[in-house]
Ligand binder design. Structure first.
Ligand code: PMP
Ligand code: GLN
Length: 387
């Protein structure tokens, strides 16, 4: 039989699925795959449930329900002072994943160069490559994950079509500073390129830092596509409702991809997401405040067990260096052993690199109930002292 598509065939099953299955098999506390263990606001769930009963349950408009597009526009104004026309500059997608696929399929032609930052979210490279893009990777430098200026400059060329940036950054927990974002924007503009901005963790930023959307920087209003996710902002990762904010002319080719990929998204969930975006400031403050406390709880606990915990300024992930634990040199094997033997599951950070990854980092998700985090720390403590 003829082989299937060579790009997708070259990848195994995603690390999130693999580690979640392993965690279930070994009755392990799953701090691997990123999802909260408590669902988001009941009032939003009720809106979604009522909307199924009330209907309509037929195809919503391709670009999204007008009320959600309006809500996204109001949200961009409220949080970032950005004037957005919801009827022309917002498109609803089935999660940020579909939004990313639409942007990449809609903008990339074979041979275009795509600048990305490593470590990177696992779906980026397969989609870029399937779209015919040529990845140009800029490796962020730990422990603060700063950008090496020479590497950044070297990644750009006359073939650069776009930069794909995730801010706040999964898995590293980095929040890019204004200076870094401005430098990237400068290069994007100088190369007449675009910026696809995965900002799904826009409301999960800690220690009073602001989230700075790339689209708000000078010269970027026409060049940036800002991607958000109701899964992250309202703790409904299973809903898969995302949204893109971009200038009308830039959104148009992306909508062409969307119409052939999913065309639309469940209408009841769109309605609930619209209500979510209109929640009061107290909701958003509590989301980041609660997660900040969980970050501190897990970071302190892991440090006291001997993990070398890296700073986390946003997202719900902590990256830790396993070297001091003496558990081995290979993150994949250490994550497997922690799952099977300690019954706590992180994910290996090498999964977030293309080639020659560092093997010393693992990622823990802390969007879990406090008693779960406490139990995970206790299990890790028992395991490490028993060795
Ligand atoms: N981008 C990043 C950086 C993520 O961490 C995730 C997932 N959790 C996504 C995109 C996908 O979001 P969604 O579930 O809305 O497709
Ligand atoms: N974004 C989530 C994470 O980083 C997982 C999403 C998925 O399982 N595809 O863990």
């Amino acid at each position: 039989m003829k082989p299937a598509n060579s790009v997708f065939s070259s990848y195994g099953t995603t690390v999130f699925e693999v580690m979640s299955r392993l965690a279930i098999e070994h009755d392990s506390i799953n701090l691997g795959q990123g999802f909260p263990d408590v669902d988001g606001p009941e009032e939003l769930r009720r809106i979604a449930a009522d909307a199924v009963i009330a209907g309509p349950n037929q195809y919503p408009p391709m670009m999204g329900l007008p009320e959600l597009r309006r809500a996204v526009a109001d949200h961009e104004k409220r949080f970032y002072g950005l004037n957005v026309d919801g009827g022309r500059e917002v498109m609803v997608t089935s999660g940020a994943t579909e939004a990313l696929a639409d942007c990449l399929f809609g903008l990339i032609d074979p041979g275009d160069e795509i600048v990305l930052f490593e470590p990177l979210y696992d779906c980026y490279l397969p989609i870029v490559r399937r779209a015919g893009g040529v990845p140009r990777l800029v490796r962020l430098v730990p422990p603060d994950w700063h950008i090496d200026e020479a590497a950044l400059q070297a990644a750009f060329s006359e073939k650069t079509k776009l930069v794909l940036i995730n801010n706040p950054l999964n898995p590293a927990g980095k929040v890019f500073g204004r200076g870094e974002l401005e430098r990237i924007a400068e290069l994007v503009i100088a190369h007449d390129a675009y910026a696809v901005c995965d900002e799904v963790y826009e409301h999960i930023v800690f220690d009073g830092r602001p989230h700075i959307p790339m689209i708000t920087l000078p010269g970027m209003r026409e060049r940036a596509l800002k991607i958000g996710s109701a899964g992250k902002s309202f703790s409904f990762t299973g809903w898969k409702v995302g949204y893109i904010t971009a200038a009308e002319a830039l959104l148009a080719p992306v909508a062409k991809a969307h119409q052939f990929v999913t065309f639309t998204t469940a209408p009841n969930l769109q309605r609930a997401a619209a209500a979510g975006l209109a929640l009061g400031d107290d909701y958003f403050a509590a989301l980041s405040g609660d997660l900040e406390a969980k970050r501190d709880r897990l970071a302190t606990g892991l440090s006291s067990l001997g993990f070398d915990v890296m700073p986390c300024a946003g997202t719900y992930f902590i990256t830790a260096d396993i070297t001091p634990l003496g558990l081995g040199e290979d993150d994949v094997e250490v994550c497997r052993r922690l799952t099977v033997e300690a019954k706590v599951t992180p994910v290996p950070a090498s999964a977030f690199y293309q080639d020659d990854p560092p093997r010393r980092y693992v990622r823990f998700c802390f969007s879990k109930r406090d008693e779960i985090l406490a139990a995970a720390l206790e299990r890790l403590g028992d395991y490490l002292t028993a060795r």
